[in-house]
Write a protein that binds this ligand. Structure first.
Ligand code: AMP
Ligand code: ZN
Ligand code: FE
Ligand code: FE
Length: 292
């Protein structure tokens, strides 16, 4: 069983439509794929149709931009009721935060002498729920300012660079509660990823587990082999579910091909058990795993 629990479509900052993504998952030999666009369930319906057509097991999820102890944390939420009002509200705040930040980023770029305007970004972010930094990066590529997203982040868009502007992110601990109340399960994405100034250590993760965290993503391209080993030991110690994923973004991220990392079947089974328990406890109508 090949299981990839973290991917992005054009509904956030990937480059495939949800249907194309599910087709690509099939061709990559995956048995299970989770669609986890940033802060939106907007791609779910199209992915469900494609999962039936392609015969791929589909988990509906999202990757939510949160903040904890002053640092950004990406939280994967699997199988929550996407209509639960507090969840809807938080997602909208993050999406609005992304859109509201855009003019300030463009103004910074204009000050640097780069002629880029809102329509240039709109031209590349067509299906997306909000225009984020990757869309600004794509617009800069189209304008010939940089060669690729990587260069755009390195020169202008990463934290501390000249066109970086902060935006709203949902407070992590209250959001863990909201995900549980929505009947979903939460897994921290790439907790020791490259852009982390401070990594959550074992006691941080223990506290987050008490606050409702179900698992941690260990096998991710942003984790070096030693980091994976240490994180795995901590996860085992704390009884957290261990996942792995590609964090596929289509052509938007190199070295993130579908299935490049994967989740072990026993860990996937545990995650689904926790999701079933959360769903039952919440009393909400939660999405089922699609098994064509
Ligand atoms: P935003 O949430 O709009 O601030 O954009 C952040 C997103 O940009 C992240 O979720 C990543 O998917 C993407 N990203 C961050 N750094 C890079 C990079 N160096 N190259 C390509 N994409 C990146
Ligand atoms: Zn992304
Ligand atoms: Fe992420
Ligand atoms: Fe991601």
């Amino acid at each position: 069983m090949r299981i990839d629990l973290h991917t992005h479509s054009r509904v956030s900052d990937g480059t495939d439509s949800p249907r194309e993504l599910v087709g690509a998952a099939k061709r990559a030999g995956l048995d299970v794929v989770a669609l986890t666009d940033h802060d939106t369930a907007g791609g779910w319906d199209e992915a469900v149709e494609a999962a039936y057509d392609e015969g791929v097991e589909l988990v509906r999820g999202m990757e939510i931009s949160t903040r904890h102890d002053g640092r950004g944390v990406h939280l994967l939420a699997y199988l929550p009721d996407p209509t639960y009002p507090p969840l809807v509200e938080e997602l909208q705040r993050v999406l609005d935060g992304r859109d509201l930040r855009l003019p300030a980023m463009l103004a910074r770029l204009n000050e640097l002498g780069i002629e880029i305007s809102a329509p240039d970004v709109a031209a590349v972010s067509g299906d997306a729920a909000a225009s984020g930094r990757p869309h600004v990066a794509d617009a800069l590529v189209r304008l010939g300012v940089v060669a690729d997203r990587e260069e755009a982040f390195e020169r202008y868009l990463s934290a501390g660079r000249s066109a970086y502007v902060d935006r709203y992110a949902a407070p992590l601990v209250p959001l863990l509660r909201i995900v549980s109340e929505a009947g979903g399960v939460a897994v921290i994405a790439h907790p020791w990823g490259r852009s982390r100034r401070e990594r959550p250590d074992e006691s941080d993760l223990a506290a987050l587990k008490s606050a409702g965290l179900a698992g941690v993503e260990v096998d991710h391209q942003d984790h070096a082999p030693e980091a994976r080993e240490r994180l795995l030991a901590i996860a085992r110690n704390l009884g957290l579910v261990v996942t792995g994923s590609s964090d596929y973004h289509g052509t938007g991220k190199v070295d993130h091909d579908l299935g490049v990392n994967s989740t072990a079947p026993d860990q996937y089974a545990r995650l689904l058990e926790l999701a079933a328990a959360a769903s039952a406890a919440s009393g909400r109508t939660t999405p089922e795993v699609i098994r064509p």
